[in-house]
Design a protein around this ligand. Structure first.
Ligand SMILES: [Zn+2]
Ligand SMILES: [Zn+2]
Length: 125
């Protein structure tokens, strides 16, 4: 039985409702909007536990500090706004299937990939 505290519920709900993976700082800012007395240390501690329990997963993007998103088993890509630096999920069919048959040195196999799109979000355009 996993322990479910109010704080964890808020953290999970915040991550599930976000339109992109959040840094711990962003998560705290948004979670605090829902529960004013939610301290930064509390959010960080619960976040670590949620990662250990695999309800939350870390997202490592090139040149970015670690971000977090609610457990997600599919495969998706990200959009980076060059102005506000927000990262959002992109809901689209993976375009990489088009690279099938890409030539690799003999014996190499691709297991995964990550793709980041860069541009301006709707608020910055
Ligand atoms: Zn933007
Ligand atoms: Zn893909």
């Amino acid at each position: 039985m996993k322990r479910r505290t109010k704080q964890r519920e808020i953290i999970l709900a915040t991550l599930s409702g976000a339109n992109g993976p959040l840094t711990a700082e962003e998560l705290w800012q948004q979670a605090r909007a829902q529960s004013n007395n939610l301290g930064k240390a509390t959010v960080y501690r619960n976040l670590r536990l949620l990662v250990q329990e695999e309800d939350v997963q870390e997202v490592h993007l090139p040149n970015e500090s670690t971000r977090f998103e609610a457990k997600f088993t599919g495969h998706r890509h990200y959009f980076y706004c060059e102005k506000c630096k927000n990262i959002s999920f992109i809901q689209a069919t993976c375009p990489v299937a088009a690279l099938d048959g890409v030539t690799l040195p003999s014996g190499y196999k691709i297991r995964s990939h990550s793709l980041m799109f860069y541009g301006l979000c709707v608020e910055c355009d």
